[in-house]
Unconditional design. Structure first.
Length: 59
């Protein structure tokens, strides 16, 4: 059994919780990237985790 896949159509409804900017899907890393906020939010089991405490700060 494979892990659920993130549905990119969800991007239409999701924004960065910090900046309200659009997000970009990084399929390789399974993250949603906020270029405006410099954060990457993980996708676990096909579900985006939109918590700032769970986000990875980008360099």
């Amino acid at each position: 059994m494979s892990a659920p896949i993130f549905d990119p159509k969800m991007l239409e409804a999701l924004v960065c919780p910090m900046t309200q900017a659009t997000l970009h899907y990084d399929a390789e890393k399974q993250e949603l990237v906020s270029k405006a906020g410099n954060y990457a939010f993980p996708i676990r089991n096909g579900i985006p985790v939109m918590l700032v405490d769970e986000a990875r700060k980008l360099d």
